[in-house]
Design a protein around this ligand. Sequence first.
Ligand code: SF4
Ligand code: SF4
Length: 357
Amino acid sequence: MRYRKLGKTGLMVSEIGFGTIPILKGNIPVLPDYYNLEEDEALLVMKAAFDRGCNLYDTAIVPEYGDAEIKLGKFAAYIGRERIVISDKARFFDGNGIYQAVQTSCEHLGTYADIYFVHQVDAEHEEEVFRKGGALDALSELKAEGKIRFAGVASHYYDILLRGAKDLRVDVLQGSGNLLERGMLERIQSEPLFLEKGILINKVYAAGILPAFFPVQTLLGNVLSYPISCALLGIGTIEQVEAAMNTDTISEELLSFEEVLSHLEKDYSPIPCDRCQRCDCPYGTEIHTLFRQYQYYFLGKDYWALRKLTMGIEDSVRWCQKCAKMPCITQCPRKIRIPDEIENIGKLTRRHPIWRK
Ligand code: SF4
Ligand code: SF4
């Protein structure tokens, strides 16, 4: 295992981190592929990763990740608290909410969290998080009280991560990316402000989809070629630990985006969108998310993706039909004919039985 600096925190973290979603037990229907592990099984899997050099474990408050936070606390006590870095998070955006959440998480963990993230920050909650008295001020207070060591912002949105990169209260950022959805990674790489922060990246396997199309070592190699601190992998079995945590075999061969698309073209016609998030629709269609669901539909998450695709697609099609300026097309560096793609997605959802129910 190799180690990287976590921004300016002074911590060195393993370049592959352990995401704890798959070790949870509980009924969390939105989460794919978890294994309902008992506590002793979960500890064995976490230990297997530790034995291969992993020192960063990422979780979330109960019940966001089921009971994973409690299991991680038990693992920390078993292995030695100071030997691992605990990254934790909660989806509370106001100061009071996150303050209480950290207290609760510390009770579940039986110890402090090294990093605590405000989780899933989106445009709707951005101001609440960043404003005076919001979640970031509360995390600063918790740092001063010694209840956490570092404060973080986790988001799937580049603009919010960039705002976090500019904010002195933020030590660590958590975003998402993989060899197909690499637009955010490219932008992080070209913005020097991100060098000031630790960067954790999740969705390296794209919700478990990409290992069916590319070797795990290629997926990891591509993400780790960017200037990030750690690639987080959801891990639920010892076999998955063994497949991922052998960094000696990580591929040096970095696939270009065009090579990735041409590989996928054997199965379907991918939209050549890397989720850079530069397109902004004044009507409110979240283009990059819509295109992601389209890719996932063809890459094996058909039912799940189609349900998401059908939500609001007819509105998006209608908006495109009356949109005279089509600013999204000029904003897109890949010059994707975005309204045409949206029209095609509309046709796809109408063909499917779910749509007709
Ligand atoms: S063409 Fe469609 S997606 Fe593009 S800006 Fe107009 S309404 Fe939004
Ligand atoms: S459609 Fe174009 S601008 Fe929008 S996220 Fe995809 S690649 Fe970026």
